[in-house]
Design a protein around this ligand. Structure first.
Ligand code: MV4
Length: 497
């Protein structure tokens, strides 16, 4: 454990900027890496030093662990912060970093390995007072044995791939007649997707909420939780909106889930920041799913309600400091909501919509935080995640946070790509969301593209007519006219009333 003087951020985009901001506040020198697609990116400009690492594809740049380690050795760099994605949950990389004498700002390789596999995660937490979904905690390949287990658990059951993640390789089985065929499919899917046919069987929890607990553990045996985040509004396992606290947890349930999350950390000897994921069923039973061994995209909502800077805490823990507070020192203040703003078209099945940000006007105001890495005129590269920004609002209560979110969405002008801003506005005004009565099926149950509609003014309609006419006559002029129209910043999606 040693003081961090020079920190390499093995990431890009908003999270690289987010990490640099805190590191610089703490007097730590920041070193960026970048791909050829990111020569003009803000994380390169903002860092004290920056190194080109390779061509745009991540496997030729941001994922080149050995080169990144060599760069640290060559340039006297003490520590690596991996951010999220890329190398952040790669146990082999973590092990090599540590072996090279470099501080990895995150948990150790052993807890990543134990928790990376769903079956070993279940086995690890056994005996640590962590509630699990009824079912198996071992891989099974005998269909008859598996069927008997399913009957015992009771249908519907869920067959999951041991190596699976993000919902891949899961099969719901409604009744015994479908069991064998679904098990065969699950196993061949698991083999082709993960190179491992191991599956296990669990009770299917219908209509669950996804509640996760932020945890923080130092190297001196102190583990605390920073309460929950509600992440049920997601689409195909991609989170869209997160908030803290959840509107359905009683103080008693919050305490129980927090303690279970701390127990998960103790079970795998966890260090640094992590997130323990739970399912919460309609009767408010909760079940451990997995632990994400990284700083998460949605960490800002926890920062806003606790007043902590999670990156600062991560760096202090990595330097070997004990946590400077106990569980009893922590309390929830206010309410925070986050919207992930993606360059995706909600009207077109959320297809990526990359291009140049011809207009980029950021919202400001009381209780508004925007974590982004773009400026007007920049291009969104096709090589990486199409997230443009995280729009986070905070207020003394949930209603205020939601109202501020709606206002901030209206003040946020993005032209040049389609975005999920209008979709976010739709959710913020939806009765199921405002009442707090929603689950992981919210988007599927409540959203169709027809819910979004453009509100066009008379002169916009006129302009479109002119543009269309010109388009018929001469191509390039039409393009210019369209650009002029878009530059007015009025092509945002709005809620149909
Ligand atoms: C479940 C479940 C219902 N019952 N397990 C999806 C991702 C993976 N980490 C676990 N997932 C689920 N596991 C049982 N026994 C429902 C889901 C699930 C889900 C979980 C969290 C957030 C969104 C989800 C969307 C669909 C299904």
């Amino acid at each position: 454990m040693k003081k961090i003087r020079r920190l390499l951020i093995a990431n890009r985009g908003e999270i690289a900027l987010r990490i640099m901001r805190t590191a610089q506040e703490m007097g730590i020198q920041t070193i960026a890496i970048y791909s050829e697609a990111d020569r003009d990116a803000l994380h390169v400009r903002m860092a004290d030093e920056a190194f080109l690492i390779g061509p745009p594809p991540a496997n030729q740049s941001y994922l080149l662990g050995d080169q990144i380690i060599q760069l640290c050795l060559d340039h006297n760099i003490d520590a690596i912060h991996p951010g999220y994605g890329f190398l952040s949950e790669n146990a082999a990389f973590t092990r090599k970093v540590t072996a090279a004498g470099i501080t990895f700002v995150g948990p150790n390789a052993e807890s990543m390995e134990l928790m990376g596999d769903k079956i070993s995660a279940k086995q690890t937490v056994k005996g640590f007072d962590v509630p699990l979904v009824p079912g198996l905690d071992e891989a099974i390949d005998d269909r008859e044995v598996a069927k008997a287990v399913a009957v015992e658990i009771g249908f519907p059951v869920l067959i999951k791939a041991a190596a699976g993640g993000g919902g891949k390789g899961m099969r719901i089985v409604e009744n015994i007649d479908e069991f064998e065929s679904q098990m065969d499919r699950a196993m061949s899917e698991a083999l082709s997707s993960f190179g491992d046919s191991a599956v296990f069987v669990e009770k299917y929890v219908a209509g669950p909420r996804h509640i996760e607990i932020q945890v923080l553990a130092d190297h001196h045996g102190n583990v605390v939780h920073l309460f929950e985040r509600e992440c049920s509004v997601q689409r195909r396992h991609q989170k869209v909106i997160e908030e803290a606290p959840s509107s359905v947890l009683s103080p008693e349930l919050r305490k129980q889930m927090g303690e279970a999350a701390v127990n998960v950390c103790r079970a795998c000897k966890y260090h640094n920041a992590g997130t323990v994921e739970f399912l919460l069923d309609e009767n408010h039973n909760f079940y451990f799913l997995e632990i994400n061994t990284r700083l998460q995209v949605e960490h800002p909502v926890s920062e806003l309600i606790t007043g902590l800077d999670l990156v600062r805490e991560q760096l202090l823990v990595a330097e070997g400091h004990p946590l400077s507070f106990t569980q009893d020192d922590l309390e929830i203040n206010g309410h925070a909501v986050e919207l992930r703003v993606y360059a995706e078209d909600p009207a077109n099945n959320f297809l990526p919509s990359v291009g140049t940000l011809s207009v980029y006007h950021r919202p400001t105001g009381e209780g508004v935080r925007l974590d982004d890495a773009y400026e007007q005129g920049m291009e969104i590269p096709i090589y990486y995640d199409p997230m443009i920004a995280k729009l986070i609002t905070y207020g003394p209560d949930r209603e205020t946070a939601i109202q501020r979110m709606i206002q901030a969405i209206d003040d946020y002008h993005i032209v040049g790509v389609e975005t999920t801003l209008g979709f976010g506005r739709y959710v913020m005004e939806h009765e199921a969301f405002t009442s707090g009565n929603f689950d992981t099926h919210f988007v599927k149950n409540h959203f169709t593209p027809e819910d979004l509609d453009r509100e066009l003014t008379a002169d916009e309609q006129m302009l479109i007519a002119m543009v269309s006419e010109a388009a018929l006559e001469r191509g390039s002029l039409a393009y210019k006219a369209r650009e002029a129209y878009e530059a007015r910043g009025e092509s945002r999606w709005k809620l149909k009333r």
